[in-house]
Design a protein around this ligand. Sequence first.
Ligand SMILES: Cc1cc2nc3c(=O)[nH]c(=O)nc-3n(C[C@H](O)[C@H](O)[C@H](O)COP(=O)(O)O)c2cc1C
Length: 345
Amino acid sequence: MYKTIIRPVLFLFQPETIHHLIVNLLKFGFKIPGLSYIIKSYYLVKDNRLKTTFLGLEFNNPVGFAAGFDKNAEVYNQFSEFGFSFIEIGTVTPIPQPGNPKPRSFRIPLDKGLINRMGFNNKGVDFAVNQLKNKKHNVIIGGNIGKNTATPNENALNDYDICFEKLYDHVDYLVVNLSCPNIKDLHKLQDADSTINILNSLIEKRSNKTIRKPILLKISPDLTDNQLDDVIETFRITGIDGIVATNTTTTRDGLKTNKETIDKIANGGLSGKPLTKRSTEIIRYLNKKSGGTIPIIGVGGIMSVEDALEKLDAGATLIQIYTGFIYEGPAFVKMINKAILSTRK
Ligand SMILES: Cc1cc2nc3c(=O)[nH]c(=O)nc-3n(C[C@H](O)[C@H](O)[C@H](O)COP(=O)(O)O)c2cc1C
């Protein structure tokens, strides 16, 4: 029903309009008595064989919602009722910011993809902290942190420090996002020295905490093999806990959508099917080259249950979806969990 009736209607509207509609439906619709129960009984797959331990955290299953949808930590509990075992909130920045001018999110259905240049639109870290403080969590929460667009790269460290410090007590793990293609010059912070500098500072801050929470680095799918070797080295030098692979890509190779449409959309990070192969290759490369020592959350173009199983097979312990949820609908999580179950004794 989602693909034949609901999706065609949703796709008549701008992606961002639908995004707001869904967030509001989740926020207010779940107040209808009994709805939460109905959703859970339809979508949740409960089975001990799905339980996954990752970096000391116990996940009910390996499937999470990737960063960028629940940017302000408003609907994480509702998402858990569709079967996600973890939600990554953010990217949050120290100060609220509107992001890039609209329109800034585009579907390319022929390729089962999305191109976005949202630019870290968010209500700021304090808003997210308040949300997290005031609501019990039914789900594991990752906190994805970034820098404000107006902050020059020389001062980026301070922005990451602020978000880290404020979010730390309210999330289960943290993700350092240096790989968003939509923040001017952010990618330059992905060179080994800058990355190590930021991560070292966060690791030092963590050493003063009573509870040790995992810190992961989210990487771009556009890194070369040499740069991936640097990522492995960075993982070793800094002592971070894992890698989230990958963010969206700036490449536009092999698309079915005509060039004119793609050129008209212009800049942005591409997600969905065109990203599947590269993102899985990166997971496989990191896993192989590190001898399986890097804990990996695999994300990027999981559009079918086969894509999900391939990511796990390539070396990811957990997976996340975003674009797949838009194209395949809410039952997608259940389908993936059932497929994972069929591979486990
Ligand atoms: C509209 C949109 C906004 C996103 N915003 C963020 C973000 O704020 N921070 C982040 O780390 N990733 C963000 N992402 C990237 C996703 O978390 C994910 O890494 C990427 O989309 C690849 O997964 P997918 O192919 O399943 O969508 C965003 C993706 C989309 C489509």
